[in-house]
Design a protein around this ligand. Sequence first.
Ligand code: ADP
Length: 495
Amino acid sequence: MYIIMVASECAPVAKVGGLADVVHSLSGELDQRGHTVEIILPKYDCMRYDHIYDLQIAYRDLWVPWYGGAIHCTVWFGFSDGRRCFFIEPHSQDNYFNRNNFYGFHDEVMRFAFFSKAALEFMLKTNKRPDIIHAHDWQTGLLPVLLYELYQYHGMQQQRVCYTIHNFKHQGVCDEEVLWASGLQRPEYYGNRDRLGDDFSPRRINLMKGGIVYANYANTVSPTHAWEARHTEQGYGLGHILHVHQHKFGGILNGLDYEAWNPETDTLLPHNYTVNNLDGKYANKIALCNRLLLEEAYKPIIAYIGRLDTQKGIALIRHSLFYALDNGAQFVLLGSSPEARINDEFWKLKFELNDNPDCHLEIGFNEELAHLIYAGSDMVVVPSLYEPCGLTQLIALRYGTVPIVRAIGGLADTVFDWNDEHKSPNPNCQRNGYVFYDATPEGLESALHRAIGLWNSHPDIFRRLLVHGMKCDYSWKQSVQNYLNAYEHISVTKV
Ligand code: ADP
């Protein structure tokens, strides 16, 4: 198959969050299976140009219709980690992608609406006719609308769109201006609530809604989150439209990059290990204690690694720290928040606990330390309020660290409680952690209590539990197959 990804991020050249990793990993896996994959990105001035190989002009004069006129663009080509990438560079006074940052500007919607249009115009003019265009998040929500309403009449009637939503919170809600700029016009038609009209703000346009309505297949990044988006407030108002389009909406779990996260070969670890020889894991535990000046005691280490965002359950993270210390465990936290208030709160906590030999708080982002914590800890806690997929629990499982998670989103699809006699629905992955339901201290304690209890009273069984986790397969293998099934289902030319 011939697939073109259109996205605002792709690791490592333009990475802000998980979207970048998904575009990078999915493209690589599809390529390895013999499919032709190309990625179209904006040409940001702040990209990691040191990760682009052989950057050269691919198309010098691309004129993209915009308002009544057209914006002159240059399209560049280069390889990023072996992936074939095109970068669109508009030359206009708006300077859409020369802002020294990826996101956060007043004209955000116009920047990415233009990018979506430019990506289609580029395909049209260069005779690129992929079987599938895979668009991601609100930034490219307008793409299937433009394809169906305009570009199919210029010779792109065979192209089909898969639209993946990584985060429902940001939807690209804007005024009608975007319709005039992109050439769609007719606000009375597109502004209808069955199409792009926002359900909550009259006369406003919702780009993510457009993506859902016009894509041939839409999905989010785990089956449980797909259900939550339809039936709970986690759809941030899009539940109704997802319900209307339920026949073409689903959840496909993200995979983990098993090359980057492999305890057997991880160069950031002092000691490598495998499921058959866990000595290295215990040596890493000692290395972690030494590194963070924790007392080398016969106690389990519980860790939290992640953004300190309200989404992640800040109060419960805090509670797990104190519960661990009160119940004979050690606690390590690695995280940071863009919100000064939350960061300050954790800095304060760090000072209060400074002399405690059983805990360490590291406020900041530290990739290398994250690897050591995943390897050297006994458990990680993930008490999120919502979690579309989540990577932390997948990395923990791979590193033989038992995840203790709240049963929501992708966490519920990947972690299965040790004490639950019903096996997981996935035959390759049996009970591998601890799960709780209520986002309350009592809920969290019910899982922490059982995990610490097993570690203390049945170390041999605890070891069996972590081995179960290491044997789970959450690589991209299955996820890519699920995407391929979706592509094949919607594509015009059946393979
Ligand atoms: P989200 O995308 O919502 O932040 P995920 O669980 O999907 O959450 O992914 C988080 C990823 O970022 C994980 O790989 C985690 O190890 C990493 N990470 C988060 N915070 C930090 C940090 N402070 N230092 C190092 N790695 C971090």
